[in-house]
Design a protein around this ligand. Structure first.
Ligand SMILES: Cc1ncc(C[n+]2csc(CCOP(=O)(O)OP(=O)(O)O)c2C)c(N)n1
Length: 363
């Protein structure tokens, strides 16, 4: 997406840029990198807010789930990954697509169902896919991505090489059978995969405590003798650092791992969910943990981000998001005649290409 997620092989690069002040937790961090992380999180935030607005304007249809509140996990993970690493996600993936380096216009065009989108407009919000950046979806079936991610890790292991697969999912997914089967195989065969569980504390409207007999989700890794860690998913640096460590273990030693990132969903499950089941305390806890405000305040206090910087980043980000919207809006819809072109990978006899309103039997 920006310099923050630029190609690299290790989690942190040596730099000759000026160092941040020492009287804060930033130590020898490159201020440029810190500002980049802030900018990338803000981009996801504004992109998602604009997506919600476009949905209300009926520019976007179908299901639509946002990463609002989860920006630190999205950006921290991307900062730890190599660009050649593979990523599988659930349906809440717009931010990951951006952080993986896909052009924002292409991401928005997919949301708008236009042919310039990541999946030619046929996938929509939940099915983004991009081989160039190795985002291998975008899955709507809860847990559907987990066995596929393990399959990709098996392919890497079989062929050789040091790529790693990250498999993102929500807390609710850890109660799906395929999650347990996949972790078992990954551990048994020592596959290079990091399971990233976004514990945003709710699966639709059900809390983790009500749905999970073991609500400390990172502990599930222990059943498979796998390393399990929990991190504050609203702290971009904490996510980046632990993700980098676990990715390195998977890459160098074939040690799969599970990372639970605890965050707070700022809105409902999807754009059409008013989240009436949430208590006032829950909503204010979510606001209090806003990852962007918190990081911005820290950077300001450390003298790394001035008021003018914040205003300039805001302007640049808004301009980028509006450019993405303009690109999407100006892009063509897919041709109806092309609707079935990729239903099957190869031609299939008797493949029905009937469109809605076509006669059931035609001469
Ligand atoms: C197999 C399956 N069961 C049920 C659903 C309906 N459903 C969609 S999202 C969701 C909640 C999943 O929650 P979680 O895994 O915590 O992910 P989050 O939405 O918080 O990212 C459910 C039950 C589905 N899509 N697939």
């Amino acid at each position: 997406m920006t310099a923050t997620t630029a190609p690299r092989k290790t989690a942190r690069k040596a730099t000759s840029a000026p160092k941040a002040k020492a009287d804060n937790r930033f130590g020898d961090e490159d201020p440029q990198v810190l500002r980049g992380l802030y900018r990338d999180m803000l981009f996801v935030r504004r992109f998602e807010e604009r997506t919600a607005q476009s949905y209300q304007q009926a520019k976007i249809g179908g299901y639509c789930h946002l990463n609002l509140g989860e920006e630190a996990t999205v950006v921290g993970l991307a900062a730890a990954m190599c660009p050649t690493d593979y990523l599988f996600t659930n349906y809440r993936e717009h931010g990951y697509a951006l952080a993986k380096g896909i052009e924002p216009g292409k991401v928005m065009a997919e949301l708008y169902g236009r042919s310039t989108g990541t999946s030619k407009g046929w996938g929509g919000s939940m099915h983004m896919y991009d081989t160039a950046t190795r985002l291998l979806g975008g899955y709507a079936i809860v847990g559907g991505q987990v066995p596929l991610a393990v399959g990709a890790a098996l392919a890497i292991d079989y062929r050789g090489g040091d790529d790693v697969v990250v498999c993102q999912m929500g807390d609710g997914t850890t109660n799906i059978g395929a999650f347990h089967e996949s972790l078992n195989i990954a551990a048994l065969w020592r596959l290079p995969v990091l399971f990233l569980v976004i514990n945003n504390q709710t699966g639709m409207g059900t809390t983790v405590e009500r749905s999970s007999a073991e609500p400390d989700l990172y502990k599930r890794a222990a059943s498979y003798r796998m390393r399990g860690e929990r991190v504050d998913g609203t702290d971009v640096l904490a996510v980046r650092d632990i993700a980098a460590e676990l990715l390195e273990g998977a890459r160098r030693e074939g040690k799969p791992a599970l990372l639970e990132a605890v965050s707070y969903r700022l809105r409902g499950h999807s754009v059409v969910d008013p989240a009436k089941y949430r208590s006032a305390e829950d909503v204010s806890a979510a606001r209090a943990h806003d990852p962007i405000e918190r990081f911005g305040a820290e950077l300001s206090a450390a003298g790394i981000l001035s008021e003018q910087d914040i205003a300039a980043v805001e302007a640049e980000v808004r301009e980028g998001v509006e450019a993405a919207v303009a690109f999407a809006d100006a892009s063509p819809h897919p041709e109806p005649s092309s609707l079935f072109d990729f239903t099957y990978a190869t031609p299939v006899p008797g493949d029905s290409r009937r469109l809605p309103a076509d006669p059931l039997f035609s001469a």
